[in-house]
Structures are given as C-alpha cells and as structure tokens.
Design a protein around this ligand. Sequence first.
Ligand code: ADP
Length: 455
Amino acid sequence: MNSLRKKYFLSLLFLIIISLLLFALVLNWSLDRYFFDYQLQERAQELEDFESYLNVIYESENDLRTIREHIEEYAALHNLIYHPAPRRENGMMHDHQDSRGHSRMRDMVEEGYELFVGGRSIGHLTWPEENNESLLAAEITERTNEFRREIYGILLPLGLGLTVLAILFSYYISKKLTEPLSGFTTAVKEIKEGDYEVELKEDYPQELQHLYKEIKQLSQRLNYLAQIRKESVLDLSHEIRTPLNNILNYLTALDDGYLEFNKEIINDLKEETQRLEELSNRLDDLSMAEKKIFNNEQKEVNLKAFFSNLSDKFNRRAENNNLNYSQKITVPDKIYLLDLEALEIIMENLFSNALKYTGSGGKIILQAEIKAGKLTVQLEDSGIGIAEEEQELIFERFYRTDKSRSQETGGTGIGLAITKELIEYMQGNISLESSEKGSIFKFEIPLQKGRDYEF
Ligand code: ADP
C-alpha cells in the first residue's frame, strides 16, 4: 500500500471512528441528563397528582387532619416517609408554583417533595436512605443503567458493524482516490522512456482532468521535440545545401566558361549568400533568445513613436508586395521601459510572415494598445491560414506547415520559435487564431515604469 493511500485510509478511518466515539459519548451524557430527569419528572407528576387530589378533598372538607391521614396512608403505601410541617408554618402562605420545575425536581431527591394544600405547606414526603443515598436516586440510577445496557446491547453490534463498514469504505475510497495517480506515474515513466503515445483513461475526477490534459500535451510536445531533434540537423543541412549548391554551380559554370560574369550573376550570388547569412543570423537570434541573454537591456522607449515609425516601414513593404496595410495604434505619448531590440525582432518576424503568407491583393492590419500596464499587439492577415492541429506546432523551431512548404515561400521555420522565446522572456504571452481566411497573432507584454511613466 503506497503511503498516500495509507494516509487517506487512516485519516478516513480515524474520522469515522472518532465520530462513532463522539456519538457514544453524547448518547451516554444525554442518558444521564435527560433520562434521569425524565424519570424524576414522572415521580414528581405522581406526587403532583396526589397533591391535587389532597387539595380537592381540602376544598370540600376543609380539615387538615383528614388530609394528614391521607398523606400517611399514601406514604406507607409507597414506602415514603412523611415529615409534617411545624404548626407555625401551617399558617404561612407560599407561592410555590414558581419554584416548580427543573431545580425543584433535583431538590426533590435531597429534600423530598414538599406538599402544599390550600396554599400552605403541610410537610415533606421523603424517600428512605440506603447506604447514605436516597432510595429515589438509587432507583432511578439503576433504571437509567438498565436502559443504558439495553441501548448498548443494540448499539454495540451496530457500532462494530459500522466500524467494519468504515474500514471497507475507507479502503475503497482511498484506493479510488489514489488510483489515477498511479496511472499518471506509469504514464510519466513511459514518456521518460521515450514512449510518447501514452493512453490515459479519460474518466478522471474534475480536479485531475487538468493534470491529465497537461500530461497529454507534454507527451505530444515531447514527441514533437524528439522528432525535431532527429529532423533538425537534416533540415538545417538542407537549408544550407540549397544556397551553397547554387553558389557552387554558378562558380563552376563561370570557371568552365559556360557563363559570363555579369551583373545578374552577381545579384544571384549575392541573394544566395544573403540566404545563408539570414539563416546564420536566425540561428544566432534563436540561441540568444533561448539563453535569455538577448540584449537583456531595458531601454526607455516612446512606444507611440516606435509604432508610428514601424507603420511607415510596414506600409511601404506592403505596398511593394501589392498588399493593403492598415493600422490602429492607441498608445500614449509616454516613455516606457523595455527591451527594444527584442520587440523589434518580434514585430519583424510576425510582419514578414504576414507578408510571406498573404497573397497579392490581401490585407494586413496592425493594432496596438496599452491598457492596465500591458502592451497588447495584434497582427491580422488574410493569408493562407494555419490548420488547427498545426497551430501549437508552428512555435516550435524548424516547424513549417505543409501549406507553406508547398507554396515555396522560403523560410527557415525558426522565426516564430524566436518570437515566442522573446515574448516569454519579456514575461508576456502569444496566442494565435487562424482559419482558412487568415491568421491573427496576438501578444501581450507587461510594461515597466519609464521616466514619466503613467498608466
Ligand atoms: P518561417 O521562416 O518558415 O516563416 P516561422 O517560424 O516564422 O518560420 O513560421 C513557422 C511556420 O508557420 C511557417 O513556415 C508557416 O508555415 C507558418 N506561418 C507563420 N506565420 C504564418 C502566417 N501569418 N500565415 C500562415 N502561416 C504562417
């Protein structure tokens, strides 16, 4: 039995047994308190009835001597002792009604029952003593104990039965509670050993559904990363080989005299070299972003000026690509503190993707706003879109969607990996909505105080 299960089991069992014990204690206490009083009350009722009877006789005969005789007869019959009140007290009037009740009943055990006839006390009826204890108290205690024994005769087997049930129940519940955890442990172990296709039962309690989803996503992510590890070297060598081959072919053709050196060839060679340079820059950016050492320099920036500058450049580039560009920037003219170089790379990556994956005549919309200490930027395009199952993956390095590969747009599959790394490094987050009609990349970054900072 693992230790968590043992803890659940013992805690439940402890709770149930404590509840049973408490129940027994309360029952015991109630018997002493209420059952004892109940019997006392019964006795008092008998005596009150007798007292009423005496009062009726007194009203018709008005003779105290007859009354005393009745009392003595009653005392002899019920094994009670009659202590008549001294003569002078006979004349005293008592308002005894108020003194009736609980305390009078308890006093009755010690002092006996005081009889009132015609509003006057005419003495006490007491119980004989046995072993220094009033016979009434002894009798009632004995009856209470008898009742207690009867009750326990029923409750004890019931309690034992309940305890056995409690043990079984606690065992079952603790097993049920810890079972999913064992499932998770096995799953994580399998993932660790490289088996990413783990199948977990789906009917987990609500609280564990979350953990279940996380493990499932973790295994999918690890699965992808494992594939990437295998493919990335290949991808990279392919990315390098294409421009290198082109350069080599040109040089060989020139060397062999098949081609004549001219401006066009220089441009082609330059383009291929630039592709290589871009790849190497991207790889540098990525490794820097990943190590979180990217610049790491907070600068005071006027974001309004930054975005207006950026919009001019984006507009020009969009026009060159025959695209419609618009923007909505609601950023105050204030100084904010942030890593400008990182923000530039993020914007450049998102915008160059929007350009690359949106066909001529399409549109790109940039929106930026600052609210509650956060910069929110959204870049929307009417491009080729990204299939739902690929939306998580495009942020992984070297991942390119099938659609974009088939369109021969070029690209390394590194840009979004860098973007995500940088945004996370700036304590922000990025999300994506995409359909056939296009994509919306949206990211948020918390801002820090600049010189005349104000939100
Ligand atoms: P790449 O250099 O290939 O553009 P990224 O990491 O920037 O690398 O993007 C990864 C992949 O995500 C791209 O190859 C493309 O398949 C997809 N992608 C990124 N942005 C867009 C977009 N705006 N529209 C459609 N697909 C996109």
